[in-house]
Write a protein that binds this ligand. Structure first.
Ligand code: PLP
Length: 389
């Protein structure tokens, strides 16, 4: 068999492997508590489900325009105006099947042999995977625990070379729950004025998921970057719609035809009925989002306190998303050992920090997309496990 060499460079997302192992253990009778999963444990709000059902009954069964139906793209621009306070053209919005697709398209567009692409580390594993797939060189942007898992803009700017094509940013972040402060983003945007050839992919999929009244600072706030900025967002997290496969990208005008050709080549269009659900999600009642975030906030406080009470563990307070990323180096276990032993011996699924890049050694990701009761039970088991070491 002679498949292309680039296939050997394609990575994966370990979270799916841990999920499969957790399910296998549960099927064998183990009581598994899943704090590994990166999706809200809430159902998609009823009004959104109904909009999709109606669309199906109304016969919305065919292909749509590759970039999405106009009403959906309009709804996205209204959402951008409401939450990011910037007016954008609906023709620059491209609806895609999930947030990942905007990521893949942007990295495909800029990655090739010899090019450099910068990405957060620890970060969403698909960034590095896709960068390597294209033949480009992944240049990690180190996230710093002491800075709440933000980066230092000066360091990022100093890593730019004549080969740098794209910088990937993600705030609020997976797996750390960290937020990059506005001042740091401002510094970065200011410094990028000296590098007009470098593009930015801002992964803002957790933009509505912040705590303590800390708003989200979108990269759209920096007008000088607009003609080289790609925004990634979608419905998966905010509206508990991971299985619907709904995402959108905002592209600079000159990249829109390229992104559209990628759509036509890869998936033709997003599931038609899901697009109608997407409109309802954006334009309908936002109450369920607020309720979900209030629940996450309570769980965040609980898990943060429990993690900091565990021997050999310390954890910064997550400021966004629904992940805690404790430092476990004081336990003497590696991240992978902690992941495997906690699952096999105690039935608690978490994800090793190294699944998110080399900089994740010494950390483990706990997702608090689970009930308060299950978080308490999981943390009791975690304490037991650590005491037994
Ligand atoms: N970006 C980040 C930072 C994520 O954590 C995820 C999913 O976990 C995605 C993008 C992909 O989202 P989707 O499921 O919509 O493809």
């Amino acid at each position: 068999m002679a498949i292309s060499a680039k296939m050997a460079r394609l990575g994966t997302e370990t979270a799916f492997d841990v999920l499969a192992r957790a399910n296998a253990l549960a099927a064998g009778g183990m009581d598994v508590i899943n704090l590994g999963i990166g999706q809200p444990d809430f159902p998609t709000p009823e009004n959104i489900v109904e909009a999709a059902v109606k669309a199906l009954r109304d016969g919305k069964h065919g292909y749509t325009a590759a970039n999405g139906i106009p009403e959906l793209r309009e709804a996205v621009t209204e959402d951008i105006l409401k939450y990011r306070e910037v007016e954008v053209n609906p023709d620059h919005i491209i609806a895609v099947p999930g947030g990942k697709v905007t990521m893949a398209f942007a990295i495909e567009m800029f990655g090739e042999d010899g090019a450099e692409i910068m990405y957060p580390n620890p970060g969403f594993p698909i960034y590095e995977s896709m960068i390597r797939f294209t033949g480009a060189i992944p240049i990690p942007i180190r996230l710093i625990e002491e800075n709440g898992f933000s980066f230092d803009a000066e360091t990022v700017l100093s890593q730019i070379t004549e080969r740098t094509r794209l910088i990937i940013l993600n705030t609020p972040a997976n797996p750390t729950g960290g937020i990059v402060p506005k001042a740091e983003l401002e510094k970065l945007a200011e410094g990028l004025k000296k590098h007009p050839e470098v593009y930015v992919l801002s992964d803002e999929i957790y933009s509505r998921m912040t705590y303590d009244g800390e708003g989200h600072c979108s990269m759209l706030q920096f007008p000088d970057l607009r003609d080289r900025l790609i925004i990634l967002d979608g419905w998966s997290k905010t509206y508990a719609m991971t299985g619907w496969r709904m995402g959108w990208g905002l592209w600079p005008e000159h990249l829109v035809p390229h992104a559209q050709r990628l759509c036509v080549n890869f998936h033709s269009c997003v599931n038609a009925a899901a697009q109608y659900a997407g409109i309802e999600a954006l334009k309908g009642d936002q109450g369920p989002v607020d309720k979900m975030m209030a629940a996450f906030d309570e769980r965040r406080a609980l898990i943060h306190a429990r993690l900091n009470g565990a021997p050999g563990v310390r954890c910064v307070l997550p400021k966004g998303a629904f992940y805690a990323f404790p430092n476990i180096s004081g336990t003497g276990l590696s991240a992978k050992e902690m992941q495997d032993r906690l699952l096999n011996e105690k039935g608690v699924a978490v994800i090793a920090g190294t699944s998110f890049g080399a900089e994740g050694e010494g950390y483990v990701r706990f997702s608090y997309a689970n009930s308060l009761e299950n978080i308490e039970r999981a943390m009791d088991r975690f304490d037991d496990f650590l005491k037994g070491l």
